[in-house]
Design a protein around this ligand. Sequence first.
Ligand code: 13P
Ligand code: SF4
Length: 306
Amino acid sequence: MNDGHNDRLIEEINQLRREKNAVILAHYYQPEDVQDIADFVGDSLQLSQKAAATNADVIVFCGVHFMAESAAILSPDKIVLLPEPNAGCPMADMVDVTDLREKKAQLPGVKVVCYVNSSAEVKAESDICCTSSNAEKIINSLPGQDILFIPDENLGRYIAAKTNRPIHFWQGFCPTHHRVKKEDILRSRQEHPGAKVLVHPECQVEVWQEADYVGSTAGIIQYAVNSADKEFIIGTECGILHELKKCCPGKIFYLASGEMRCPNMKKTNLQKVRDSLLNLSPRVTVTEETREKAIGALQKMLDVTK
Ligand code: 13P
Ligand code: SF4
């Protein structure tokens, strides 16, 4: 698409967001031009905090389905739009309610800590949610409890190591983060000696064990901003490079692997954002019955993270 076409779309988006009193939230993994028109760009935790606190009538969620669904749970009076309705998260689909109920029955008294990358139905069966930036805090808020961590096994193992707690894991994973291999990190270190390695905890255990810093997307950005180092090897989805380059002029970033692109995050584009605002569709909704059960786990997470 040419720039003129994009300029027109951006003008329309700006007019529509004013008319509809809408806020546009975007994750760091979104395409660059979508990040650029957002009112707020953040990681999963920051976006859920914004969604819970906004005064807007309409939330346009530029991310994936579970993120918009969390916004609908936290802000039931708002219209929540997901510009691309088929933007899902394969990791969230790796746990379903029936399997979770079975697992809970095998572990009586277990507390279910549920990564926000999960459906509303799964959250409704969970005790507390977490994101990659507050998982350690959430586990520490449950001293002495038997914990089942769902669905991301890599994040679960990272938090178990950090907190020195025995945790039951689920065998879920992010296909995008799974693609970076230990060999990619070792090769990148050889190619860029002295560069710091910053990775997301959704990466495989043998990958985050090689890193200088492990954290959420916001954590990685913060680390790079505050660091005196000038070169970084990045182990997370490629969309983060946009914010890293904006926040750290003069610093150099290398992706640990060329494969780190989440196809679902890249389904959003400016045209779909414009259309969603124009038509107030596609909407993401949650039945009141599920919402009432799911909000407890999300609200507890926000309360612990305040
Ligand atoms: P964070 O936003 O917590 O860094 O998680 C990344 C992710 O995979 C979102 O889908
Ligand atoms: Fe899901 Fe991974 Fe894509 Fe995040 S990056 S939405 S966890 S598939």
